[in-house]
Write a protein that binds this ligand. Structure first.
Ligand SMILES: NC(=O)c1ccc[n+]([C@@H]2O[C@H](COP(=O)([O-])OP(=O)(O)OC[C@H]3O[C@@H](n4cnc5c(N)ncnc54)[C@H](OP(=O)(O)O)[C@@H]3O)[C@@H](O)[C@H]2O)c1
Length: 173
């Protein structure tokens, strides 16, 4: 299963100022790329805090939301709440015929996947902003030594936004 971590980052490596901040600080081209990748995969996996910033399932894709809150119940076909571990979520999606998924944050859920060496690609849009403090791609404590290979050419999305596509080449714990 191809697991694409799809994220936008400020130049100082922040994905949000705090857990409740909506991602409304990136440019049009990044939003377009997000839709393109998530629709192509057909499924996106996110944490409940990220889901709450979006507020609803995005159409045209399966929205898998990780939560331990049993009171969260889906009333829509394209929305699943789950407390299964990442590897089991991927196994179930594979059984449903998916060959790739977009992992769309936030830091907590990204960390669960990278800890288990399940991320195969990182698509990172570098946004010309500085937050100074906030959340990073992953949340500590985390001890990684992974090698990434950059896909060429690097894409200029315009308005100072750069898309970097990395492939995870080593899977070390
Ligand atoms: N810049 C970007 O591209 C980007 C992309 C995505 C998100 N973000 C930002 O990231 C922020 C949210 O990130 P975050 O790290 O605070 O939260 P998050 O990863 O979105 O969600 C965390 C939640 O996931 C659930 N969870 C954690 N471990 C779990 C497990 N083992 N099994 C099942 N559920 C589990 C818990 O939900 P319950 O409490 O419900 O149990 C936890 O509160 C927001 O500000 C968002 O805008 C930025």
């Amino acid at each position: 299963m191809e697991v694409i971590l799809l994220m936008a980052s400020t130049v100082d490596g922040k994905i949000a100022r705090d857990s409740s901040q909506i991602v409304d600080w990136t440019g049009k081209a990044d939003k377009k790329y997000y839709v393109e990748v998530t629709k192509k995969a057909g499924v996106m996996i996110m944490g409940s805090k990220t889901y709450d910033t979006i507020g609803k399932p995005l159409p045209g894709r399966l929205n898998v939301v990780m939560t331990r809150d049993k009171s969260r119940q889906s009333d829509q076909d394209n929305l699943i709440f789950t407390d299964l571990p990442p590897a089991k979520i991927l196994e179930d999606l594979e059984l449903k015929g998916y060959t790739s998924v977009a992992l769309v944050g936030g830091a907590t859920v990204n960390t669960l996947f990278i800890r288990d060496n399940l991320i195969t690609q990182i698509h990172l849009t570098l946004v010309p902003r500085l937050f100074g403090s906030g959340l990073s791609l992953f949340a500590p404590p985390l001890d990684l030594d992974l090698e990434l290979s950059l896909e060429e050419p690097i894409k200029d999305l315009g308005d100072g936004h750069i898309l970097l596509i990395y492939h995870v080449v080593t899977h070390e714990k």
